[in-house]
Design a protein around this ligand. Sequence first.
Ligand SMILES: [Zn+2]
Length: 138
Amino acid sequence: MTYRQFHGSCHCQAVRYAARFDLAAGSNRCNCSLCSKARAWFLFVRGDAFELLTGDDVLSRYEWVPAGRAQAGLTYRFCSRCGVRVFATGELAQLGGRFYALHVPTLDDVDRDELANAPLNFIDNAHDRPDLALPIPD
Ligand SMILES: [Zn+2]
């Protein structure tokens, strides 16, 4: 595991963040109805590995309660100026409590070849089986 600091932003640059993660651990696609609509591509980091640098005042939120659930699993945050989804956040014991799901296309300083060579995991939330491919960072 090689943890490095990376930076990301929305298109208009109002929202900027820093996060530490192991790029070699890979990223994720999900087939739930929301991820399909948003063409979501994300990467999990623990809460203490994420820092919002700017843009808290322009971030809007979206929450969705899937059928059969009592509450929303994630809060999706997107820039109210340019509309880019930047990350989602939630709580999960497997990830040590609070976690962030970074929207991979918002990362500004990842090496694109390194990203392309990292594993891409597919999470089957469309069939309520997120356990099938959930990578758990150390
Ligand atoms: Zn923006």
